[in-house]
Design a protein around this ligand. Sequence first.
Ligand SMILES: [Zn+2]
Length: 487
Amino acid sequence: MAGRQTIFRGAQIYDGSGEAPWMGDVEIAGERIISLTPPGGIAAATDAIEVDAAGLALAPGFIDAHTHDDRIVLDKPDMLPKISQGVTSVVVGNCGISLAPVTFEADPPAPMNLLGGREAYQFPRFAAYADALRQSAPAVNVAALIGHSALRLAAMRDVGRKANSAELAEMCALADAAMNEGATGFSTGLFYPTNAAADEDEVSTIAARFARQGGIYATHMRDEFDRVLDSIDETVRTANAANIPVVVSHHKCAGPANWGRTFETLPRLEAAAAQHRVNLDVYPYAAGSTNLRMDLVTSDYPIRISWSKPHPEMTGRELSSIAAEWGCDLHEAARRLDPAGAIYFQMDEADVRRVMSSRLAMIGSDGLPHDIHPHPRLWGTFPRVIGHYARDQKLFPVETAIHKMTGLTARVFNLADRGLLKPGAFADLVLFDPATIIDKATYDVPQALSLGIARVYVNGRLAFTPEQGVIARAGRLIGGRNNVHGE
Ligand SMILES: [Zn+2]
């Protein structure tokens, strides 16, 4: 048997399937789970590490279905904002934005600058990114999507139009190579200027290449405001044409005029899911965050600055108060702050709850790890769903919350042997106190450790405790062909 055993005694076991918890013992050795039994079912062994889990819950490590952690897993591989929440795997490359396969001679355009400047983009092939990941050895596992904006900027001189056939062929070749080299799938950000000129044909042609190798498709849709239903229809048509499972990213109905419209969007998604593999991801907050964009600047909802290149001193402040101080209107203030990032309080809490409650919904933080004053979702998403929404607000049972961040996510992204506690699965584990688990990050103090996480294991290694911080960096590239050729 590979490696020393660890035996957890008397844990409340949430196995990730969505079933109710049960009391039991769990044994792991090497990288894998060996057995789960009723209490006392595992014999003591002289050199085994015994963990008294009385009063604690044991679950599969959480999988963050939607991240922009492409660079942070290389630059700050201890991944404290995520592993401290119990996250053991992250899906990177969302919203059409990925670090590979593209390089730049000047600073990259928005939204690619969410991951950094020109120096961040060093990976003309996905294989080079996979190598860098192996070198950096992050604390969490990484499943990687390839962004359509990255492909377009690699293959096209002018991304303001639809790709011609030569450019499309180049993007398809890059897609094939990336899947061969270990990517998990494809993402678009049709809302963004670097991606918006792509039509359904362009998207589905590329998505079909990912589909051929078992990939998945995630999309930040063209419109999450007035035309959100049209965007859902476009998403479903595109995914159908490409014959690829699809995830609607950070589903929302944005802007006060659209509040309440999840009563329309969720049934539309459910109907599509009856015909085709459709899921969605969602973060547990009524504010979104991205670049500061003129078309999102409005007095309809508060806007907070998360970073600004020309005016870093305004970080964390409200746009309206900056405009008042400068004696100008909101748009002029935004122009002066640009390039910048912002937090937009553009959603209705009731919509957020309905989306989270959908059986199609996985939890994804969408955290932005390079922001100076980030949206609190970066540090708080997972404990917030369990502690605030499931335990305190009783929006759904705790086992449902955990399923949405483990078993469901592993199934949707085809992450083999992850997301469930069962013999033979990888020992990605989180031990937490179900009575106290809660997020502490807020819009005012966005970088704060959550409470109630006791121990986190990645690939069988103890990786985090609140007392010791990050102990081990045992993460690796997962998903795609890594499922077959892993280790
Ligand atoms: Zn997005």
